[in-house]
Structures are given as C-alpha cells and as structure tokens.
Design a protein around this ligand. Structure first.
Ligand SMILES: [Zn+2]
Ligand SMILES: [Zn+2]
Length: 104
C-alpha cells in the first residue's frame, strides 16, 4: 500500500487508539482506503465544477487553451482536499468550454 500523495510505503500507526495506515507526510488511510477513494474524491470535485456553470460570474484571465489555442479562459479555485493543501485552480476556455486544472 502506497501513499497517494508522496508515493512512500504506508506504515501502520496508532492514531487515537485506532490502528491506521499512515505516511510520514501526514497522510493517513482510514480503514480500507485505497486508490478507489482517491478516484471518488476526484469525481466529487468534478461534480462541483459542473454545478458552477455560470461562466459570466467567473473572472477571465490570460491562459492559452490546449485544445483550441484561445488565449482567454475563465478561472476559479477549489479546495479539493484537506484545508492545509493549496487550492486547485481550474480554467475554462472562453471559446470551446474546455476545462483543465492547474496545481500550484
Ligand atoms: Zn506520504
Ligand atoms: Zn478552447
């Protein structure tokens, strides 16, 4: 079992009387948390993105779309994981509506 954050091998640790698989980077797997959990979290984040369809309310920035080459894109930030991690910035092409993300 490996840490999805830093790819180190997870070690069993005692946390609050419970035996959990944890990593030196602070990541801890509760119960049978595997890669599947990670995928589900990502899907949830995309769901939230889909709900924010009001493009007009989003600020425009200079960012080149990898799909159509348009140089203007809407952007917004989303806290996808724990609060101590930087937010993920999403971009949405003004022209073709292609959405991509950028990790800071
Ligand atoms: Zn780790
Ligand atoms: Zn585009």
């Amino acid at each position: 079992m490996f840490c999805p954050k830093c790819k180190s091998i997870l070690m069993p640790r005692m946390m609050g009387g419970k035996r959990v698989m944890g990593c030196s980077c602070g990541y801890k797997a509760e119960g049978n948390v595997t890669i599947t959990e990670e995928v589900r979290n990502t899907a949830k984040a995309v769901e939230v993105v889909d709900k924010e369809k009001s493009d007009d309310a989003l600020p425009l920035t200079d960012n080149t779309c990898k799909k159509c080459g348009n140089k203007k894109a809407y952007f917004w930030e989303l806290q996808t994981r724990s609060a101590d991690e930087p937010a993920t910035r999403f971009y949405k092409c003004q022209k073709c509506k292609h959405v991509w993300r950028e990790y800071k």
